[in-house]
Design a protein around this ligand. Sequence first.
Ligand SMILES: Cc1cc2nc3c(=O)[nH]c(=O)nc-3n(C[C@H](O)[C@H](O)[C@H](O)COP(=O)(O)OP(=O)(O)OC[C@H]3O[C@@H](n4cnc5c(N)ncnc54)[C@H](O)[C@@H]3O)c2cc1C
Length: 491
Amino acid sequence: MKKVIVIGAGISGLTAAVYARRSGFEAVVLEKAGSPGGVSTNWVRKGYTFEGGVHWLIGAREDIPLHAVWKETGALQENNPVYFKDPIYTLVDDKGQMPLHRDLKELEITSLRDKLALASLRFHLACFRHFHSPVTDMVGLKSRYPRGFHPMEFVRMLPAVIITPFLLMESASGYARRFKNPRIRNLLKAVVDPDINALSLIYTLSTFNTGDSGYPKGGSLLMAQNMADCFTSLGGEIRYRTPALSIVREGDTVRVQTASETLRADAVIISMDARKAIDKLFGEPLQERWAQRMRKNLKTTQCMFIGMGIKADLSAYPRSMQLVLPRPFTVAGINYKTLIVNNYAKESDYAPKGCTVLTCLLHGNSYDYWAAAKADGSYGDKKEETIALVIDHLSDRIPELKTSVEVTDMATPLTYERYCDTYQGSYMSHWEPLTRVPHAPIRYAPRIYFTGQRVNFSGGLPPAAVTGYRTAQTLCRDFGVEFVSQGLPQF
Ligand SMILES: Cc1cc2nc3c(=O)[nH]c(=O)nc-3n(C[C@H](O)[C@H](O)[C@H](O)COP(=O)(O)OP(=O)(O)OC[C@H]3O[C@@H](n4cnc5c(N)ncnc54)[C@H](O)[C@@H]3O)c2cc1C
């Protein structure tokens, strides 16, 4: 039996590990943290569960090919049925509320310009109606349950392929500005980071529009734990709190060093952040051109996350809100005029009875600010100040926050860096208009593979799963091993 070591029990590492194990590899996963999931996680503080990862899962709809991967890796099971929220977001401002529904109904369209913008948005969503990440066999792969790419699939995806270059030229916020109504602009800006390209906005909206993208009950951690359990039930082994320190290729084996032992395997799959791995894992930093491009050109997506446990029932408020702030404010040099707030009041078991969890995501790159605060000893104070500032501003729209906040917690990019060792504490690569995102190859060298968010051009859970799947296939093909999925139907 060939042996593979997987570095990292995030979504990509676990996906690769499950398929490698199913295909007959002896598989050991080394994980730095104490639980699976990587940056896709949630945690409990004094009885309140803070969801710091998945907000929507693409491939939740059963007839999307990616769904088979979520099933085969155990990510989606009977214990975590998916909830498909509608509206996707609700704008809350001085005028009241305006929902962004999956079918775009009820948008406040009052001008000809907005009518045309809505028609063009509907057209773009129609083009993406059949678009999805292909989950197919690589050329030359021996597969127990072959998965091909039907020519009709390509034909159905062609409209999306044709308009993609145009969407790559524009930013998501530029696209939102096609609308005259500032309320609609603000709503669209909630869907994805407004600075990234419009392709990400249209693709994400299209997944909602076609009835995909839901929230699995129990959120990120249950989903990741399901995957970890699936892997161990197949005979795989996960070693938590065991960071890999270095990798050396020695003839027909790869040596992986941890703090306490030296492990040997036929191959290694690196699912930790490749941007970090190229500088840390190989003795000398990698100098290949792709690695240099990554060092030079990679831009990261970061966020500050605030979780609040509220001693009040906030189920009258919408599930996901884009709050337009009466008083804008600045944190870490970033000005916030709107804030995204997720309300888990209707989620059972997330808070004590009669209480509510709210989470708030502050987009923007703040790594340098927090690193400087850490260096000068003001990190803890600045976190407390930020939490107080955010609660003060949120309470303009949610008055219960003035008196009823019982528990708070904040994650900065330094938190993600500390737990998951991601580059600048980021959780995705930042894909701006007219740029290419540098990424790592799946097979770096014989017996050494990469997988995960930096192997794809952007990031997120679907690329994590798809790259995990691809990496396991590449491993099988290189070793002449039959690739074994469960052969679940894709349509
Ligand atoms: C707040 C937030 C919201 C998000 N919302 C969504 C969403 O709604 N939908 C969506 O699709 N995506 C979302 N994402 C993005 C998504 O969660 C990530 O892109 C994805 O989980 C990345 O998975 P990965 O396996 O590539 O990387 P990671 O999660 O970074 O996994 C890498 C693993 O390697 C481990 N590791 C690191 N160094 C070592 C080492 N030396 N030895 C051993 N182990 C190591 C880490 O601890 C980690 O577990 C969100 C992310 C965040 C932070």
